[in-house]
Ligand binder design. Sequence first.
Ligand SMILES: [Zn+2]
Length: 381
Amino acid sequence: MAPSKVLAGARVVLPTGTVDDGRVIVDGTRIADTAPPGADVVDVSGHWVVPGFVDLHNHGGGGASFAGGTAEDVLQGVETHRRHGTTTVVASAVTGDLDFLARHAGMLAELAQQGEIAGIHFEGPFISPCRKGAHDEQLLRDPDPAEVRKLVDAAHGHAKMMTLATELPGGLDSVRLLTEHGVIAAVGHTDATYEQTVQAIDAGATVATHLFNAMPPLGHRAPGPITALLEDERITVELINDGTHLHPAALQLAFHHAGAARVAFITDAMDAAGFGDGRYLLGPMEVEVADGVARLVEGGSIAGSTLTLDRAFKRAVTVDGLPVGDVVAAISANPARLLGLDDRIGSLEAGKDADLVVLDDAFDVVGVMRRGDWVVDPRLG
Ligand SMILES: [Zn+2]
């Protein structure tokens, strides 16, 4: 059991607002109301303390893949993202052969059972060939509910989300099946019209997979999925705030229309995140990373990002000018609520897991705590 700690002197971001010269008390693995005698006082004055980041959509990092790697690879990626403040991560698979995906889900489910990842996101194979992004076209399939069920079952209760092109045959039935099994149905890699997207939302879809990316653009006679997803209060929109996937004005448009309570910052990271440029695999696809931008070797499509959520946070405050509280909502509270984990994580409240990030006044990470243990100790920085 981790010793008790009191983080003192920081600007602490609470659900009710920011407290200057606040403190966060950590008793064992949880946040507490009162400090036990003999608690270790850690001076973090001049810094921010915010809840640990929650990433709904992430394919790897630190040179290792969640989408095709071994359990050791996954742990290496998880550890890399933890050092950048992501204390909760959902591992995203990419399009692959169904039997491979089912076996891979079994391995990921064990890591979820051990508490290393928060579950599994299947991005493909039930997506549109018109909007395939970096997915292998030969392995794409229409969303057959029986096949969707096969993947959900293979995840042994740890399937958290599936991205679908809901306009394809079987799409709406698959959305209903996922919803019945408590799995988030996400609209993405889609060529749907506005009307088809409304149908998907009415069938139970609640997330937009990286809004704007891998879907038709917004047109005034063809408002498309973007308009339907932004205007419906049942939808949370994922945004990749790396400066490459989205123009800053598109990010503002999403915040303006959806409001901070309906945005989730994700990384969509691949192996090069927190690692470096070079050649990688994203599932079966070869990817070249240059200057931090990942593109398919063949065709040049953007192939995930090299983002970590600390950079998304810093950019949102310092470049996009968003209020810190809104960024905390998009990066911690909203994704935690979507995952049904908001009783344990997503905000700094007594009784919740002691998952937190210490940021300096330039919004760079100087400390990360997960379940009461330092992943990055601010006193060693
Ligand atoms: Zn992805």
